[in-house]
Design a protein around this ligand. Structure first.
Ligand code: HEM
Length: 420
C-alpha cells in the first residue's frame, strides 16, 4: 500500500511499468474494478502524457490525456473538441439505444437546454432545498443499525442520493428506487451482470420513458408550473417540443449526473477516512474542515473517471498531432493525481490550501451543473454524521464497479459500534 489510499500489489505496479506503452489500454474496466489503474496513469503522465491507444473492439483507438493542464486545455476548447460524438469512450453497442442529451451536444443547442434546467441549482433553490435535504439525511442516519454490519452503499449512499433525485423530479416517493435502477442500467455494460443484454436495457429504458411521459403529461397541463425538473423541461421554451428520445436522454443525464456521482462520493469519503485515521482525527477535532474535506473527497474519488471528446480538426497537443475525427479521452482520474499541479496528489488531505482545485466537475461549457448541490449534500451528511457517530468502522475492502466511466463502489461493509 503506498499512502493508505491506494491498495496496490507490487505485481500490478510491476506489470504497469513493464507493459510496452503501445499495449496500454487504460480504459479496460477491469483495471478500475481492481483499483489497479493508478500505476498505468502514473507512467503515462511521466512518459507519454498524450497517448494513442489501439483500444479494443468496444472502444476503437483513442487518445488518453493524462496531465492536469492538458485536460484543462481540451475541456475548455469546445470549438475543437466536440461532445457531439458522445462523452464516454465506449460507443453505443450494436443493438443499443443512442440517447441524445445535452451533455453530448455542442452549442447552440447545448447552451439552450442547459439554461432550461439550471434554475434547479440556483442559489435560491439550493437554500430552499437545504432544510429538506437535512431532514431526510437525519431520518436515514437515525434509522441505521447499531452494533451490526451493514452495507453503507445501499443503506446510506444510494438511499440518500435517490431521495435527493426524487425531490428534484418531484417523483412518486414510494417508487423512488426505480430511479436507482434506471441510473444503474443506463451506464452498465452487459459484463457487469446488471443487465442481460442490450434488448433488456432497451426495454427497461423504454419503461423509464413511459413512466416519465406520464409525469410530463400531468405537469404540462398544470395551471401553475411546478419548480421541479420535469415541469421545467415540459414548460421550457427550448425543451417543450423535444422528441421523446431526447426527453429520455436528458432525464437519464439528470438521473445519472445526480445519482452515481454523489453516491460514490458518499462512500468514497467514508472509505478514505478509514484509510487515513490521522485525517479522521483532524476532522473530529475540527468539524469546520467539512467543506474543504468535501472537495478533497470529490477530488480523491473522482466519481466520473473520464469524459470524451471528438476532434473536429487536426490539432497539436503536447507535441502530438491529434487528427480530425479522433477520440480524445480526458482522464480526470489521472489529472487529479498530477503532482506537478497538486502537491502530494496521491494523498488524502482534508485541509489542503486550494481544495476546489480539481478536475472532478470538469471545466468549460459542460462543467457540472450540479456541483454546488453535490457539495451541499455531502456537507450536510458529514455534519450530521459527526453529530451522531463517534466512529464508523469499515469492516472490509469495498467491491468496486466494473466501469472506466463511473468510478465507484458496489458495496462497503461497515459497523457503527454500540455506545458503552
Ligand atoms: C460529486 C458529484 C458530481 C460529480 C463528480 C459530477 C461530475 C460531472 C462531470 C465530470 C461533468 C462533465 C463536465 C465536462 O464535461 O466538462 C458533469 C456534467 C453534468 N452534471 Fe455533474 N457531477 C456531480 C453531481 C451532479 C449532480 C448532483 C447533478 C444534478 C442534479 C449533476 C448534473 C450534471 C449535468 C446535467 C451535467 C451536464 C452539463 C453540461 O453538459 O452542460 N451532476 N458532472
Amino acid at each position: 500500500m503506498s499512502d493508505g489510499s491506494i491498495d496496490l500489489s507490487a505485481d500490478a505496479r510491476a506489470k504497469a511499468w513493464s507493459t510496452p506503452l503501445e499495449d496500454f489500454h487504460v480504459a479496460d474496466p477491469v483495471l478500475f474494478q481492481t483499483d489497479s489503474m493508478w500505476p498505468y496513469f502514473e507512467r503515462l503522465r511521466k512518459e507519454d502524457p498524450v497517448h494513442l491507444s489501439k483500444g479494443n473492439e468496444e472502444t476503437g483507438p483513442y487518445w488518453s490525456i493524462t496531465r492536469y493542464n492538458d485536460i484543462m486545455a481540451v475541456d475548455t476548447n469546445h470549438q475543437v473538441f466536440s461532445s457531439e460524438g458522445g462523452i464516454t469512450i465506449a460507443e453505443t453497442p450494436p443493438g443499443g439505444m443512442p440517447l441524445p442529451m445535452f451533455i453530448a451536444m455542442d452549442p447552440p443547442k447545448h447552451d439552450i437546454q442547459r439554461k432550461t434546467v439550471s434554475p434547479i441549482v440556483s442559489p435560491q433553490n439550493l437554500a430552499k432545498l437545504e432544510g429538506l435535504i437535512r431532514e431526510r439525511v437525519c431520518l436515514i442516519l437515525d434509522d441505521l443499525p447499531i452494533g451490526e454490519p451493514f452495507d453503507w452503499v445501499d443503506k446510506v449512499s444510494i438511499e440518500l442520493t435517490t431521495q435527493m433525485l426524487a425531490t428534484l423530479f418531484d417523483f412518486p416517493w414510494e417508487e423512488r428506487r426505480k430511479l436507482t435502477r434506471w441510473s444503474d442500467i443506463a451506464t452498465a455494460s452487459p459484463e457487469s451482470g446488471l443487465i442481460e443484454s442490450e434488448d433488456a436495457r432497451r426495454a427497461e429504458l423504454l419503461e423509464c420513458l413511459a413512466y416519465f411521459t406520464n409525469l410530463w403529461n400531468e405537469r404540462v397541463n398544470a395551471t401553475e408550473p411546478g419548480g421541479d425538473l420535469i415541469s421545467m423541461l415540459a414548460h421550457g421554451e427550448a425543451t417543450r417540443d423535444m422528441p421523446p428520445m431526447e426527453y429520455l436522454g436528458n432525464i437519464i443525464l439528470l438521473i445519472v449526473g445526480g445519482n452515481d456521482t454523489t453516491r460514490n462520493s458518499l462512500t468514497g469519503g467514508l472509505y478514505a477516512l478509514s484509510k487515513n485515521p490521522d485525517q479522521e482525527a483532524k476532522l473530529r477535532a475540527n468539524p469546520e474542515l467539512i467543506p474543504s474535506m468535501v472537495s478533497e473527497i470529490i477530488r480523491w474519488q473522482t466519481p466520473l473517471a473520464h469524459m470524451r471528446r471528438t476532434a473536429l480538426q487536426d490539432v497539436e497537443l503536447a507535441g502530438k498531432t491529434i487528427k480530425k475525427g479522433d477520440k480524445v479521452v480526458m482522464w480526470y482520474v489521472s489529472g487529479n493525481r498530477d503532482d506537478t499541479v497538486i502537491e502530494n496528489a496521491d494523498s488524502f488531505i482534508i485541509d489542503r490550501d486550494n481544495p476546489r482545485r480539481h478536475l472532478s466537475f470538469g471545466f468549460g461549457i459542460h462543467r457540472c451543473v450540479g456541483n454546488r448541490l453535490a457539495e451541499m449534500q455531502l456537507k450536510i451528511v458529514w455534519e450530521e454524521i459527526l453529530k451522531r457517530f463517534p466512529k464508523i468502522e469499515v469492516l472490509d475492502e469495498p467491491r468496486r464497479v466494473y466501469s472506466s466511466f463511473v468510478k465507484g463502489y458496489e458495496t462497503l461493509t461497515v459497523r457503527i459500534p454500540a455506545r458503552l
